[in-house]
Design a protein around this ligand. Structure first.
Ligand code: SF4
Length: 492
C-alpha cells in the first residue's frame, strides 16, 4: 500500500533533494503551468467571481462560527434519514471506528473514493494492518497506490509522474492487485485509462463496502456531496451494500442554497471546468436503492484546536481545490512530498502545523515553506489569507506562546534552531519602541553604508547567500521628511 509521511525530514532538506530531481521538476512545471492557465480563463468567464469568492468566505466563516449548532443539526438530519453518525476525536479513534464497521460486515476488502480525510488519518495503512485491503479507485490515487508511492498534490496525487512512469507501474503492479494490465500497454492516455477502467471494474462489482470522504455536508438535510471528474467515486457510492463516509467536521454548509456558490467556484478553481462532470449526493439510506447501511464518521483531529486560533482558523475554510498549489513557485520546484503531509503546497504549509502542532521538525519548518509572494491568496476561492497565517505561524515557531491542543490551553516553547531569528526580532521590537535609538541607528547605518558587507556573517550567512541585501539610503527617510517638509520644499 502507499507509503506514509512518518519520519520525513524537515522541509528544507526534503525540498533540496526534490529540486535536484530534473524529471520531477519537469513533470511539475508542465502540469502546474497547464492547469493554472486554464483556471485563469475559467475564472475570467464569470463576471461575479469576486462576489462568489466573498460569498464562499462568508458562508464558511458563518458555519465555522456556529459549528457546534450545525454539527448537531447534521447528526439529527443524517439519523432521521437512516444513517448512523460516529464521532472521532483523532485519527486513531476514526481508524478504529472504520475497522470495526468493516469487521461487522464480515468483509475483508473495501473500495475507496478519493478522500483527503482518510489519507490524513492513514486509514489505508490502518486497514491493512488489520488484514483489510483498501482499493483506491480514483485514477491518480490508483497510480500512487500501485506505485507504493505517496500523494504529492491534493487534486492530482500522481502529478509527479509522467505517462511513461505510469505505464511502467501499471505493467509491473496491476497483476499483484487483480486484473493485469493488457499486453503491449503503451503510454497513450486512452490506453492507460482503459487499463485502469478494466482493472477497477472487477473491484467495483465485487466490493460490498465502500469508503468515501465528502466535499460538503448539508446540515439541514443530512446530505453528503462528492464532486469528481471520472465517475469512479459514484460507482463506489452506489454499488456497495455498506457505505462509510469519513469527513472532517469543517466540511459542513448550512443549506443546499449555499452549495450553489461552491459548485461554481470549486470546479473552476481546481480543474478549470465550468461544472464537475459528476456531482453525487446521498442522504441516509433508501430501500432498494444504493447502499442499505450508511455510516458517517465525523473527525476532529485538530480542527477544533485550529478553530480556537483567531488568525489560523481561516485555514478551515479550505475547499481543497488546489489552486494555491498550482500557482506556488515553491511547490512548483519542491514538489508535494517535501511538505511531509497529505496536504502539500501553501494550504499544507498552514494546515498541517495547525492540525498536528509544531512539535516535530517538519511541522515547525512548514510555515517557512513559502516566499510570501501572495499568489496563493490571489487565487483562493474562499479568500484564505495564507501569507497572513504563515507569518502568524512563524511567530509561533520562533516565540512559542499560548495555543489550544486537544481542547486545553497550553503554552508552547519556541522551536529549536531559531535563536538568531528570535534575537533579531526582539532587537527590532526594542528599536521600534525607542524612537531616539532607532534614529541614531539609522543615521549611523547611513553614514557607514560604504563599509557594509554584501553578505551577513554568522547565522545570517545562509539567509543572505540567496538574497540581495537592500542598500541603505544616504539619508534616513525621517531626516529627509523633516528637512524637506514632507517633500514640499525641494530647495533643501
Ligand atoms: S487554500 Fe484556497 S486555493 Fe488552496 S486548496 Fe484551499 S480553497 Fe483552494
Amino acid at each position: 500500500m502507499s507509503g506514509t509521511f512518518v519520519g520525513m525530514p524537515a522541509f528544507p532538506k526534503a525540498a533540496h533533494e526534490a529540486v535536484n530531481n530534473q524529471t520531477l521538476r519537469g513533470n511539475l512545471r508542465h502540469a502546474t503551468h497547464t492547469i493554472r492557465g486554464k483556471r485563469e480563463k475559467a475564472v475570467a468567464e464569470l463576471a461575479d467571481w469576486a462576489e462568489l469568492r466573498e460569498a464562499g468566505k462568508r458562508i464558511k466563516d458563518h458555519t465555522l462560527r456556529h459549528l457546534d449548532r450545525y454539527l448537531v443539526q447534521l447528526e439529527e438530519s443524517v439519523t432521521a434519514a437512516g444513517g448512523i453518525v460516529h464521532w472521532a476525536a483523532d485519527a486513531d479513534e476514526a481508524n478504529r471506528i472504520v475497522i470495526d464497521l468493516v469487521r461487522m460486515t464480515g468483509e475483508s476488502e473495501v473500495v475507496k473514493v478519493k478522500s483527503m480525510a482518510t489519507q490524513e488519518i492513514g486509514l489505508n495503512e490502518a486497514l491493512e494492518a488489520e488484514g483489510i485491503a483498501a482499493y483506491e479507485t480514483d485514477l491518480a490515487e490508483l497510480i500512487v497506490q500501485l506505485g507504493k508511492d505517496r500523494p504529492s498534490h491534493i487534486l492530482v496525487p500522481a502529478i509527479h509522474r509522467n505517462r511513461g512512469e505510469i505505464r511502467d507501474i501499471f505493467a509491473r503492479e496491476m497483476s499483484e492487485w487483480g486484473r493485469p494490465a493488457p499486453e503491449g500497454l503503451t503510454d497513450t492516455p486512452a490506453e492507460l485509462a482503459e487499463a485502469a477502467r478494466l482493472h477497477l471494474r472487477e473491484k467495483f462489482l465485487r466490493a460490498k463496502v465502500g469508503v468515501s470522504g465528502a466535499n460538503f455536508m448539508v446540515a439541514d438535510t443530512g446530505t453528503l456531496v462528492v464532486v469528481e471528474s471520472e465517475g469512479n467515486g459514484r460507482m463506489c457510492l452506489t454499488l456497495p451494500e455498506t457505505l462509510i463516509s469519513v469527513v472532517g467536521i469543517e466540511k459542513i454548509v448550512p443549506t443546499w442554497r449555499d452549495l450553489e456558490v461552491f459548485l461554481q467556484t470549486l470546479p473552476r478553481s481546481s480543474t478549470a471546468e465550468r461544472m464537475n462532470p459528476y456531482t453525487s449526493t446521498w442522504t441516509g439510506t433508501t430501500d432498494g436503492d444504493g447502499p442499505q447501511t450508511f455510516h458517517l464518521v465525523l473527525i476532529d483531529n485538530g480542527r477544533t484546536d485550529t478553530l480556537a486560533d483567531e488568525v489560523g482558523r481561516q485555514a478551515l475554510r479550505c475547499i481543497r481545490c488546489s489552486a494555491c498549489l498550482n500557482v506556488c513557485p515553491v511547490y512548483e520546484r519542491a514538489g508535494g512530498h517535501a511538505y511531509g503531509s497529505v496536504y502539500p503546497g501553501p494550504i499544507g504549509a498552514i494546515l498541517s502545523p495547525q492540525l498536528r502542532g509544531i512539535a516535530s521538525e517538519i511541522d515547525a519548518s512548514l510555515p517557512y515553506a513559502s516566499s510570501l509572494c501572495g499568489a496563493c491568496y490571489e487565487v483562493c476561492p474562499v479568500a484564505i489569507d495564507i501569507p497572513e497565517v504563515l507569518v502568524h505561524l512563524r511567530e509561533r515557531v520562533v516565540e512559542g506562546g499560548p495555543v489550544t491542543r486537544e481542547g486545553n490551553k497550553v503554552v508552547l516553547k519556541p522551536a529549536k534552531g531559531h535563536a538568531a531569528e528570535r534575537a533579531a526580532m526582539r532587537a527590532a521590537r526594542w528599536a521600534f519602541s525607542h524612537p531616539g535609538a532607532l534614529r541614531t541607528g539609522q543615521r549611523l547605518a547611513s553614514r557607514t553604508r560604504r563599509f557594509h558587507p554584501r553578505t551577513l556573517p554568522g547565522p545570517g550567512k545562509a539567509w543572505s547567500a540567496t538574497r540581495d541585501l537592500p542598500p541603505v539610503p544616504a539619508e534616513p527617510f525621517r531626516d529627509w521628511w523633516q528637512r524637506t517638509d514632507g517633500g514640499k520644499d525641494t530647495t533643501k
